[in-house]
Design a protein around this ligand. Sequence first.
Ligand SMILES: [Fe+2]
Length: 256
Amino acid sequence: MTQTAPALGTQEEIDAEMAAISAGRDPTYVETQPRLDYPPYRSSLLRHPTKDLHPADPEGIELWAPVFGERDVDPIEADLTVQHDGQPIGERMVVTGRVLDGAARPVRRQLVEIWQANSSGRYIHQRDQHPAPLDPHFTGAGRCLTDDEGRYSFTTIKPGPYPWLNHRNAWRPAHIHFSLFGTDFTQRLVTQMYFPGDPLFALDPIYQSIVDPRARERLVASYDHDLTQPEWATGYRWDIVLSGGRRTPLESEVEA
Ligand SMILES: [Fe+2]
């Protein structure tokens, strides 16, 4: 028996659902993380947890600090523009910031990984087949270790927005995926960094699934002209907090 996919909703329908959720939130309650069951984000309906999490003994899961990869991190892995023979197309940019714990202490010498679409909004991934060009000079993945101040820095290309199938004419704001390890496993964090002033913020159910505007704005980098390098690259700054009440919001369960 063949199954036909359900018809996709419209942006107007998604907007109305998001507005109703936003209007119903308790503004006195600081809701810093995304709602895992957020109906405008269609696939969250089936994929969110329906049972309570199992309590785990933190001592038991923190016996060992995280260990990463099969080889050391090479500093060149922090530059996503030099992984091929030629220069990738797009806006060259530097993104840097500090990784902090809940007490604003630097998280030192820990792994930061990023992955992203190219300047056309296309990933090198089998499931991304939308008609935007791949760039033979851009893979879109990098990693680095934080320094003694908890600082990370990447040189990359500004990603483009891309379509997805949440609803008809659905587009994700431009973003870079970040994976962070801290000094224990409870600090593990996977999230997305956005760019200031993106016109798609109000339309995006992943961004809006963090219903507190102050919390979701913590995912938006700031443009920093002092970081911008003449004739070379624009600069963005974004700090990440791994724990505590100012924790950077997590990515929702499903990557998009
Ligand atoms: Fe993405």
